[in-house]
Design a protein around this ligand. Sequence first.
Ligand SMILES: Cc1cc2nc3c(=O)[nH]c(=O)nc-3n(C[C@H](O)[C@H](O)[C@H](O)COP(=O)(O)OP(=O)(O)OC[C@H]3O[C@@H](n4cnc5c(N)ncnc54)[C@H](O)[C@@H]3O)c2cc1C
Length: 428
Amino acid sequence: MAENGYDYLIAGTGVAGLCCALNLPASARVLLLSKAAADESDSFLAQGGICMLRGQEDFAGYFEDTMRAGHYENDEAAVRLMIESSPSMIAELVSRGVRFARDGEGNFRFTREGGHSRPRILFHDDVTGKEITSCLLAAVRALPNAVIRENCELVDLIAEGGECFGGVVRENATGALSPVYAKAVLLATGGVGGLFENSTNFRHLTGDGVALALRHGVAVEHVNYVQIHPTTFYTEKGGRRFLISESVRGEGAVLLDKHGRRFCNELMPRDVVTGDIRAQMKKDGTRHVWLDMRPVGAYTLREHFPTICAHCLQEGYDVFKDPIPVVPAQHYFMGGVKVDLDGRTSMRRLFAAGETACNGVHGKNRLASNSLLESLVWARRAAAAMAALPAAEAAPAPDLEDCRAYAALKERYAQSVREEAEREACYD
Ligand SMILES: Cc1cc2nc3c(=O)[nH]c(=O)nc-3n(C[C@H](O)[C@H](O)[C@H](O)COP(=O)(O)OP(=O)(O)OC[C@H]3O[C@@H](n4cnc5c(N)ncnc54)[C@H](O)[C@@H]3O)c2cc1C
């Protein structure tokens, strides 16, 4: 393969980037970039599961749950599309080797999380994201037409006249910059957690896709719509906050105040539970509340949540005997680079999928376990739209000058995302 000439350039190796690569034509030359190691993506961290429409009788309920969680700001066509695509998306995952929990007769088992009116979430223990993403990553690594460059970052787009011709790639070990030309580029750079002090996200996820869009005047939407997860493990240590999956509450765990009393309905959507916890912390003058997982039962805890149990034990809490301290933290980004139903941005040949994109599915607040599904569905659709594009005309030369002062560039990018979020907040 030519050093800098590809058919498709994909920034990100989470579920969105990987799924897109797998759905591009086998004859196409594909380059995937990952800012850190290829398996250091939020997709690997997903615990709870992935939603699936269980049957037409659940369509209205699933639709309503998604809309209600999103404060009815969701794009109805996008929600419909995601729900209708879920059975075929799950079938694709299973065909690629992903294993979901099943009952003794081989049927899928479904769990429930906050905001869902019935169980419709597929899972693999409490490491569903790892199960899905490691399968997809192995499949991409086995593609003869795709290359993954790890620890390489997309730092700019090569664009002119409202059209994208590729991107500028920085090798993080050496700082070397190189232009990569492609007939289409997919931004799949994940969320914005790295811009927050407390977040469940990997620290290197700093909203780069959104920053690149802002730099080039590509439309973005709802950059101020950031979801806070109600329950992350509270510790005095810094770094990434460990998530205590919502499905723990879905299976019966309860939130307690400093006196050991329940104070809210644990199965309300995330923003509501977060608000209740914050109010309680304020009232109690505490830095966390408590989550009692004992009502879940020892068997289900051991069988369904082994990773969470082990993590808490490592931190000195035995969930079979005691409640654990939990606190809300930044978790998910509903806004992003504005895309249509096929992942097209406002710039020709530039696409976006996954958490970095905003297709309107989540509205103002994401329903639990909709994001893996939404990322996968839009990545697959973007792949089809990218594949249909004709070759590009002659590409302009990139301007590498700005990218050489890396630290300053990244600070400017972070600032541009923060400013956009603040600007949008003014219009809420
Ligand atoms: C702890 C946790 C638990 C979760 N649980 C669930 C769940 O149970 N169910 C659910 O549906 N969702 C869950 N989510 C949300 C879900 O995991 C993510 O929304 C989804 O995986 C996003 O996938 P993605 O491909 O868009 O991004 P990610 O998986 O985050 O991948 C982003 C990729 O972009 C790369 N990247 C970033 N910047 C650049 C750049 N400038 N150049 C090149 N590469 C770049 C990164 O290296 C990474 O490879 C959870 C999230 C977290 C953090």
